[in-house]
Design a protein around this ligand. Sequence first.
Ligand SMILES: Cc1ncc(COP(=O)(O)O)c(C=O)c1O
Length: 395
Amino acid sequence: MTAPPRPSLEMIPMLDLRAQFDTIAPEIRAAVESVLTSQQFVLGPQGEALEQEIAAACGVRFAVGLASGTEALELGLHACGVKAGDEVIVPSFTFIATGSAVSALGARPIFSDIEPATFNLDPDQIEARITLRTRAIVVVHLFGLAADMEPILAVAEKHGIPVIEDNAQSFGATYRGRKTGSMGRLGCLSFYPSKNLGAYGDAGMIVTDDEKLAARMRSLRNHGQTGQYLSTERGWNSRLDELQAAILRVKLRHLAEWTAARQAHARLYNDQLKDLPGIVLPRVPPGRDHVYYLYTIRVEGRAGGYTRANDRGNEVRSDLVQQRLKGRGIASMVYYPVPLHLQPLYASLGGKPGELRVSERAAREVLSIPIYPELTREQIERVAQEMRKAVLQDK
Ligand SMILES: Cc1ncc(COP(=O)(O)O)c(C=O)c1O
């Protein structure tokens, strides 16, 4: 099998997991070897140790390993009492799993708009969407940045509704000194390989301070069993396997240094891209630590009704910029081009363009550029340089 070409100064991908593997290969191989020697593959000592380490890292008492972030959301919502016919408030601008976990339970996602500066749920939009059927609010900490939790928790508390944190993208981020995932009733993690802490396959986890909830999740992930071959309710098969747990434990030891590298890259981009007309850089409100799962800019331009021009009178559009970057060997991605209320999946819910304007505008304008830890300073500088050219249409 031929390997794909390695990234270079000319070819810069969104992510280079091989570069990361090169730095930790002996540790990973030893961890895998120890699981192979033990021949214990599902629900064992590696998973238990990882749960304790993740709980400590999040500042909570309990963590329960699961098969994916999507199932963390689904089982978590179920454990919070969400059932068919209920409503769950979710942001429209997020990955589809946030909504589909709600739909999987037969409940209805009620899409809410986001803040333009942070791409996260707008606390002021929530209360108007609460009805007698509202059973939960799912807050997503998108791209590595915490949502504005205090006002969200306040409105949830006022109405007696649990908050579930979709922390798939922001493990390690903080909000006023508290870790994301630790502020609501429970937090959901994804260890999908591209995540800041990524497994070598699918894996997820919930974190919580609620002992009963943690015990219920342990049962739910294992067919609702509460004793040996004794099931008290319908559950799932959603267990974190030992190989993934062992790999994640190795990677967790490196996460602080990888996060610091992402943050340093972001500072470099901020410096090199500032004052670029028509480009809005990520904003970090005071009291929050961004862990830069993604470095996402807005390319303001004429798309779907918006007309902006840069100082040379040229249109600036994220798709044009993306094409130009691609032509120069630099990858970029649009996360996410279609907000959830306009997804074909949810057509039957009747979402219409113009309903959630901030989400729709974000979907038209966002562009994420490479920020993985192993990027070199030269690569970052080249991305920034090519971005300037792409925006200013220099040849
Ligand atoms: C915001 C968000 N929620 C949920 C998920 C689902 O996680 P998983 O892919 O582990 O099922 C992801 C990631 O993939 C995500 O980015």
